[in-house]
Design a protein around this ligand. Structure first.
Ligand code: ADP
Ligand code: MG
Length: 521
């Protein structure tokens, strides 16, 4: 081991899934008693790294040194018995058992061969006090909120005398108060010499609680830095793999944004809140505009799309379509009102793999082209042929199962599904993610053309070039709120990243990283 204060050394870790290199010589070094942030865009490899550490996955290459020994844990339980506990977002406890049982599971104190309940409850209560909470440990775990349940998981970790506690997105379902409680616990762990690996998309949290940060991108480790020596904007730019202020003209195939003319307002979103994570979202889309929606993972972009489409209820604020309030939204109403929504997750929410190209395409239009429940075969054929031609969908026949198509062609079929309904507003969530460069360009052209034909497009994208080159205006979201609107002339990588990264003001360290605001552009 390089130095006595190094607790964990993961070196050159490789993990290959079929058709997908998840980790490519990734490394991670954690010191004793430090809080170490692991950050990166969705899919960067953070969770896989943790799963390999804890033995949930086996690695295809690389080495792990823990506490001075080369290790290869067989399972998370094995890792736990050796001093590494993991607290997942989805808590892996037993809801109907008591709090005490959950903490003591697997190492219940016994007397004369029987569980010693009194001792068990007392020990559990003591462990919980250590992490700063006091509850009736005989009550079923399910009676407590997520924050308490997480504390129980932590108390369990402490009971194993863990030297390292891994928290993979522990705060995503906690409110501010609960986050504070969790932070107190983390500080207590740290004070006791326990190291913590902290994965979170909320940069404020990272700056508030972490000592060092390791940045991952595309399965690789980019670098490890002291948190006090990196600004948020720089961190974001490293995560995205962009130089601050870098301009890469011509990286996309959108037609110039300036060439379109915006018509009447189609969509107005005002002060929207939801039970998901939306706190205050306001934006608008006019006819013939492409509106970019920017933000880091977890900022609430997809949640905004779902709220507009009526897939998630809103708890405050208003959504108006062409001036008319959308009440009690549902996707069916949204579709009727003229909204189309291509979801981010093509595989899970989009395509029906076993169905044909044609069937996938007319799925949403079905109620509109059927009479007395019967679909006119002729009508269906016309629609399908038209869109296969117009969008240049490469398929051997409309009857080919969609799963046999490339990602780009599947995405075109999904676009066609909404286009055949002639929507006035089209919401596209990461429309070019995971498809090859050629198909990407084609989809960007199609989206431009739609806008030229008067469709209002709300485009969620994590590709900065799609925002700078494709969007007429950009709204930036952070922590469930829209925090900036950039109009033509104001849109630049620097401006977008600055707005994505800036302080949210809630539970943040004093002044740390605030220098990012307005520092660049
Ligand atoms: P992160 O936690 O940083 O969002 P992950 O570690 O979950 O990223 O994923 C890294 C990459 O590995 C992604 O491309 C993901 O799709 C892929 N991946 C993760 N788990 C599996 C799996 N069980 N099978 C196939 N691919 C996977
Ligand atoms: Mg993950």
């Amino acid at each position: 081991m390089d130095s006595p204060d190094v607790l964990l050394q993961m070196r050159d870790i490789c993990k290959i899934f079929p058709g997908n290199v998840a980790l490519d010589n990734a490394s991670l070094e954690v010191r004793r008693g430090e809080v170490h942030a692991l950050v990166g865009q969705n899919g960067a490899g953070k969770s896989t790294m943790i799963k390999i550490l804890t033995g949930a996955y086996q690695r295809d290459g690389g080495s792990i040194l823990f506490d001075g020994r080369a290790v290869a844990f067989r399972s998370p339980a094995d890792a736990q018995h050796n001093g590494i506990s993991t607290i997942y977002q989805e808590i892996n406890l037993v809801p109907l058992r008591s709090v005490a049982e959950n903490i003591m599971l697997g190492k219940e104190p016994t007397r004369l061969g029987m569980i010693d309940w009194r001792k068990m409850n007392a020990t559990a209560g003591e462990l919980l006090r250590h992490v700063g909470i006091e509850v009736d440990v005989t009550r079923p775990l399910a009676e407590f909120n997520i924050a308490i349940q997480q504390m129980v998981a932590i108390a369990r970790a402490v009971s194993f005398k863990s030297q390292l506690v891994v928290m993979d997105e522990p705060t995503s379902s906690l409110d501010d108060q609960e986050v504070e409680t969790l932070f107190d616990t983390i500080r207590r762990l740290k004070a006791n010499g326990v190291a913590v690996i902290f994965i979170s998309h909320r940069l404020d949290e990272l700056f508030a609680i972490c000592d060092r940060v390791t940045i991952m991108r595309d399965g690789k480790t980019i670098e490890t830095r002291d948190v006090k020596n990196i600004r948020k904007l720089e961190l974001v730019s490293r995560m995205l793999g962009r130089e601050i202020g870098e301009v890469q003209r011509g990286a996309t195939s959108f037609t110039r944004a300036g060439e379109r003319t915006a018509g009447e307002t189609i969509l107005e979103v005002e002060g929207v809140e939801s039970d998901t994570i939306l706190r205050n979202v306001s934006l608008d889309v006019r006819q013939g505009e492409i509106i970019g929606l920017a933000g880091l993972l977890g900022a609430g972009r997809t949640e905004t799309a779902r709220a507009i489409f009526g897939a998630d209820p809103i708890t405050a604020g208003e959504i108006r379509l062409k001036g008319k309030l959308l009440r009690m939204g549902s996707p069916a109403n949204a579709i009727k009102a003229g909204i189309g929504y291509c979801s981010e997750d093509r595989k899970a929410e989009g395509i029906v793999p076993e169905l044909s190209v044609a069937d996938n395409m007319v799925l949403a239009a079905l109620p509109h082209i059927s009479r007395n429940g019967l679909v006119s075969a002729e009508k269906r054929r016309q629609i399908v042929e038209e869109f296969v031609r117009v969008l240049g969908i490469k398929t051997s026949s409309p009857d080919q199962p969609i799963r046999e198509l490339s990602g780009g062609n599947q995405q075109k079929v999904l676009l066609a599904r909404w286009l055949c309904l002639h929507p006035e507003l089209l919401i596209l969530d990461e429309p070019t993610r995971g498809i090859d460069v050629g198909a990407k360009g084609e989809i960007q052209k199609i989206v431009s053309q739609l806008a030229e034909n008067g469709v209002g497009v709300l485009m969620i994208t994590s590709e900065i070039e799609e925002l700078t080159e494709g969007s007429d205006r950009v709204f930036v979201m952070r922590d469930g709120a829209s925090v900036a609107e950039l109009t033509e002339g104001e849109i630049s990588q620097g401006a977008i990243m600055t707005a994505m990264a800036a302080e949210a003001g809630s539970h943040s360290a004093e002044g740390e990283g605030a220098g990012a605001q307005g520092a660049v552009v």
